[in-house]
Design a protein around this ligand. Structure first.
Ligand SMILES: [Zn+2]
Length: 576
């Protein structure tokens, strides 16, 4: 637990006067940040941003800031980076593109240096001739994707993070990563490798969140998770505003949480005030006592949640109005959560699956009616993920690991007696083909399934025809396939097994990793490299259920359980 420091304006003035005389950087990060004037020459203060002082003073190796919009974190991190240089450490500030690097350096970094003698005097001169340039190690040479400054004994690097090559070139003591949400996960992992040689190894990640378990929220979840807690003067209840929302706003006798219908005609427009979520006593966050409290105090990495709710620039009535407008549109609600509360949002366009939006059946058995058609999808990796679909019902969700996993999967499929199986074979294509050939001997049809590019059309065909043992192949555009499963789930066309089962929870977890993003060309797609395997297995089960009959992987059944087995005659005419 950390107390909010009181920053005395007199101390601040004295500090900057001392700095003017001595041109020596303060050794304390907070004093250093306060000593640097704003680009317009005015003093930098944390008035209205008192919550930021703890972040400036936090010396944890990893600090993650999950934040609402406009919290002044960028300005703070720039100052912290200059302070590190004054301590002779080199660090890099990563942004999503070179465009943002240029904006940042021209609009924030260079004006900050220009406004502060302390920084100007510490700045190593820019190389103007070939000879000068040789003094900078070649690995620090400028390219158009990167800007480098040297102050005191440290390099400050500003870099657009677009490829792994960008990441690999520089050994660093600290990394600052802005807008974590827009960066590719494989690149952010590579960043950490740049720190191996350093004794400091600082990581500072900060961003508005988007989806739960994604980007900055994924990193925040691993930290000690500090929230600003207020204490009610009347009932002593301690609470975080963002976590009590919308129970912490009232206008007269109306609580914001009572207004859960869009465009409530009697919704008050004005006179909203924050209140204790328990006893509803009004209070003013900026004039109240608060403290940072960690949910997991024993964790070494620090996480701070910053919301707009106690901000000096957004009044309680404005917050209430934004929320009431958002009730009419999921997109607005998503934005309200991300930029005002600073919280991730589930159930919007970005992360469409939310457990409360799904339908569940109550059957425990993996076979509901032996006469129903069953279809199985398998996603292959080091673990084999299997989902069985019987008409509208998901009846089995299973994983297979270890040396006998293929044999175990085979036996399980034989026990479930599906009409057909679809396997996404990569990266173990041979084992997948062996399984399909073995299943065929037991009159169970199947196909190998591939994710195709989004611009292509679904295709069907054969593999290994030339060897006389052809295997059915389906290729399906990835985004369309995953969209189809998401909408089938949200429309209630597919029902999940009972919610209390751990395997159901695991499938939901994987489906919540269906998170949309934009590719380089701005096209919508689902983020890759997420833990989504059971969701993918459901994709394949669904697609084989839809197409098994047209593909003649399985004869029509509905009735006699024996008729849906693939007959030898059919197999001969349409080799599997
Ligand atoms: Zn209270």
């Amino acid at each position: 637990m950390k107390r909010a420091p009181n920053i005395d304006p007199a101390l601040q003035a004295a500090l900057s006067a001392t700095q003017r005389r001595a041109h020596k950087p303060p050794s304390d990060a907070l004093a250093f940040a306060l000593a640097l004037k704003l680009p317009d020459g005015k003093p930098y203060t944390l008035a209205g941003h008192e919550d930021l002082a703890a972040i400036l003073q936090d010396t944890s190796r990893v600090v993650v800031v999950r934040k609402a919009a406009q919290k002044g974190v960028t300005e703070l991190m720039l100052r912290l980076q200059f302070w590190l240089a004054s301590q002779n450490y080199s660090s890099a500030y990563f942004l999503a593109s070179r465009h943002y690097v240029r904006l940042q350096v021209q609009r924030r970094v260079e004006p900050l240096i220009a406004a502060n003698k302390l920084l100007q005097q510490a700045l190593a001169p820019e190389p103007e001739t070939e000879e000068d340039e040789t003094r900078i190690p070649s690995k620090y040479r400028l390219t158009d994707n990167i800007t480098i400054k040297r102050l005191w004994g440290g390099y400050l690097i500003y870099m657009g993070l677009q490829s792994e090559a960008d990441v690999r070139a520089y050994p660093l003591d600290a990394i600052y990563v802005d807008e974590v949400e827009t960066l590719k996960p494989e690149l952010t992992d590579a960043l950490q490798e740049r720190l191996y040689h350093s004794t400091l190894k600082w990581e500072r990640w900060f961003s508005q969140p988007t989806a739960a378990g994604f980007g900055v929220d994924e990193r925040f979840q691993l930290t000690d998770q500090q929230h600003m807690l207020f204490r009610c003067a009347r009932c002593n209840h301690e609470f975080a505003l963002e976590e009590s929302f919308p129970h912490c706003l009232r206008s007269g006798n109306t609580l914001l949480s009572d207004l859960d219908l869009p465009a409530e005609p009697e919704a008050p427009r004005d006179n909203w005030t924050y209140c204790c979520p328990k006893c509803h006593t009004p209070f003013h966050p900026l004039a109240s006592n608060w403290r940072w409290v960690a949910k997991y105090p024993s964790r070494p990495d620090a996480g701070y949640h910053l919301t707009q709710l106690y901000s000096a620039t957004l009044s309680p009535s404005e917050v209430a109005q934004l929320y009431l407008n958002a009730l009419r549109s999921p997109n607005r609600m998503e934005r309200f959560h991300n930029s005002v509360l600073g919280l991730p949002y589930t159930g919007g366009d970005r992360q469409p699956i939310h457990p409360d939006k799904l339908l569940y059946h109550t059957f425990e058995s993996p076979i509901l009616n032996p006469q129903n058609p069953r279809y199985i999808g398998v996603d292959v990796g080091d673990t084999l993920h299997m989902v069985c679909l019987e008409t509208r019902y998901i009846t089995a969700i299973e994983q297979f690991t270890g040396a006998t996993k293929w044999r175990d999967l085979m036996n399980r499929i034989l026990a479930l007696q599906p009409k057909a199986v679809a396997i996404n074979a990569m990266p173990y294509k041979d084992s997948a083909k062996d399984l399909l050939r073995e299943l065929k001997k037991h009159h169970i049809g199947g196909a190998i399934i591939y994710d195709a590019g989004d611009e292509s059309k679904p295709t069907i065909g054969y593999e290994d025809e030339e060897f006389g043992e052809p295997i059915r192949r389906i290729s399906y555009p990835r985004t369309e396939l995953m969209d189809g499963t998401v909408s089938a789930l949200l429309r209630g066309e597919i029902l999940l097994p009972p919610k209390h089962k751990p395997s159901t929870a695991l499938l939901i977890k994987h489906l919540m990793n269906y998170i949309t993003e934009r590719d380089e060309q701005g096209r919508r797609r689902y983020a890759r490299g997420r833990e989504d395997h059971l969701g993918r297995a459901l994709d394949y089960a669904r697609i084989i259920a839809q197409h098994a009959y047209t593909l003649q992987l399985a004869a029509p059944n509905y009735g006699d359980p024996n008729t849906w087995l693939v007959k030898d005659a059919v197999v001969d005419a349409q080799p599997l």
